[in-house]
Design a protein around this ligand. Sequence first.
Ligand SMILES: [Zn+2]
Length: 122
Amino acid sequence: MLCTDLNWLPTSIFKGITYPKVVYIDSSPDYGGFYEAGTNILTCVYCDNVESTIAHELRHYLQWINGWISIGSEWKQTNSYEESIKSYFTRYPHEMDALLFEYKHSKSWLNEWWLRKLVLNK
Ligand SMILES: [Zn+2]
């Protein structure tokens, strides 16, 4: 579902901060989307989980505003896809935090599956 704004999220999230802008692009090596630290732009790649992506990138924006200096993250598939997912989210706490935020505000089959793999290991 394509969502061009943020008004489906609780307004309390945006209390005292500048609303970010959501920009859509057709393709990127960063699956889903990305947030470039220091900007107020959430970039979303056209995909089938637009709301989850917006929630995820919004969390990175909130992390930046709150001074959580991210060391960045780099996706690498080394072993199986599942092992790579586990490694990614355990290596980068800010990514796990964004995944949990995304799950809370825009549950999808994908973030639910990832969390089940990561937390319940099944
Ligand atoms: Zn992320």
